[in-house]
Design a protein around this ligand. Structure first.
Ligand SMILES: *Cc1c(COP(=O)(O)O)cnc(C)c1O
Length: 446
């Protein structure tokens, strides 16, 4: 006989500040953290979570914060989504782990089936599962190298692909991701991308420039893969000019180069489509996913054309935990939630709300240089109105003021001058609007 714990009361979907941040209990935990966790692992919010659901994160002191970050685009279905919870509980009752390389189980195969259906990879697709985004990127590169028999990999300006040795090399920004952590992996090249607000180039012009660099500085005969985020996340939510991605993927296909779309941040309904590649009508050879895939459980995937994925020899891909059954159950619950609750459409509704709000703010405040993004992956860049010079100090001050008022506010950008919005897709209109208002008011006062 089992005694069920009583279901916790629903988390009220309203902002509430019971104390300043950090409150007394959070302060105690901060002191404990500082004694045992290295300062290299830095936390944005000066508090500690105890519960989260919908658009709210509740802290140890009873403060309820508006979540505009989703744990960096992870809890798109919310942090306590019913189908994720049920899937996880049922799986844990059966078993927690066998290792797919030892005794396989259905959940892994089911996730691969869903990804074959949902991703815009052309033709039959195969999926290998891993734990983190960086691990997915590493494996995508391994597969592209063994398939092509070539070694060079090209990544773009403003790219972010992770923090392991190989992926640090692919990542563009030095501080905080790379400085002091080298040497980096060889045979990685960086080429210019498309950043319409700063380079003023059309998609074709930017693609011509990039292709010229690919041909002159590397050469297709040496190049195994080109990797790009369809919307660059950490780099500043940079949406390449229309046509850029299409031209790059065409060039790759014509030249025997594997095109990898890193959709770790843009994937899973976040941008208003299942995958951001769909907005540009591109069909990547390989897509890497993680973050939003499993409602907060650690899981990542490499989905690619069968011919490419099958190039790796049997036993060549894997890892002890990759595609853990509990994480797979969470992914199936999360994907089902997105489909049944039409969360891609919800992302478009959130976009409309935010665009309306931010356009009004922009008319009054020329320091908002550009608003951009897609769906519930939106951002605005803060600049000197005369020169367009990035204003990182203003960005940091506005974000800190919004956080102090209980709004989880993330920044990004190569120049640290972008405020980004990544709400759970299950946030209410009211909470989202309140969060936006607090951020734009904080900006006015900064
Ligand atoms: C977050 C991110 C990664 C790295 O994912 P981790 O799970 O943190 O290793 C890679 N690529 C993109 C586009 C990301 O946003």
């Amino acid at each position: 006989m089992s005694v069920e714990a009583p279901a916790p009361a629903a988390l009220p979907q309203s902002r509430h500040l019971a104390t300043e941040l950090p409150g007394p209990k959070a302060q105690e935990l901060l002191t404990r953290q500082q004694a045992v966790v290295p300062s290299g692992v830095a936390s944005l919010m000066p508090t500690f979570a105890v519960r989260a659901d919908g658009g709210i994160v509740e802290d140890v002191d009873g403060n309820r914060l508006i979540d505009l970050g989703s744990g960096i685009a992870v809890t798109s279905v919310g942090a306590s989504a019913e189908r994720v919870l049920t899937g996880v509980q049922e799986q844990i009752r059966q078993f927690t782990h066998t290792c797919f390389m030892v005794t396989p189980y259905e959940g892994y195969v089911a996730v691969a089936e869903r990804l074959a259906e949902l991703t815009p990879v052309p033709g039959p697709a195969r999926t290998a599962l891993f734990n983190s985004g960086a691990e997915a990127v590493e494996n995508a590169v391994k597969v592209a190298r063994t398939y092509t028999g070539k070694t060079a990999v090209a990544a773009f300006d403003h790219a972010y692909h992770g923090r392991t040795t190989l992926t640090m090399g692919l990542t563009a920004k030095s501080v905080p991701y790379k400085r002091g952590f080298g040497p980096f992996a060889p045979e990685i090249y960086r080429v210019s991308g498309s950043y319409p607000f700063r380079d003023g180039l059309s998609g074709d012009e930017a693609a011509d420039r990039a292709i010229d660099q690919l041909e002159k500085q590397i050469g297709a005969d040496a190049l195994a893969a080109v990797i790009m985020e369809p919307i660059q996340g950490e780099g500043g939510f940079i949406v390449p000019a229309r046509g850029f991605l299409k031209r790059i993927t065409q060039w790759c296909r014509e030249n025997g180069v594997v095109f990898i779309a890193d959709e770790i941040q843009t994937g899973f309904a976040r941008t208003g489509q299942w995958f951001a590649s769909e907005h540009e009508g591109i069909e990547p050879d390989i897509i890497t996913t993680a973050k939003g895939i499993a409602g907060g459980m650690p899981l990542s995937a490499v989905t690619g054309r069968a011919e490419i994925m099958d190039a790796a020899h049997p036993g060549g891909l894997g890892g002890t935990y990759g595609g853990n059954p509990v994480a797979c159950a969470a992914a199936l619950g999360s994907i089902q939630t997105m489909a049944e609750e039409r969360l891609a459409e919800r992302a478009v509704e959130l976009e409309r709300l935010a665009v309306e709000h931010l356009e009004a703010a922009q008319q009054q405040d020329p320091r908002i240089g550009e608003m951009r993004g897609r769906g519930a992956m939106l951002a605005f860049e803060l600049v000197d109105p005369e020169t367009k010079a990035p204003d990182a100090a203003l960005t940091a001050a506005a974000a800190a003021a919004a956080r102090a008022q209980g709004v989880i506010t993330l920044t990004c950008g190569t120049y640290g001058n972008v405020i980004r919005l990544l709400p759970p897709l299950t946030i209410s209109d009211e909470l989202f609007t309140e969060g936006l208002t607090i951020i734009t008011e904080a900006l006015k006062e900064a």
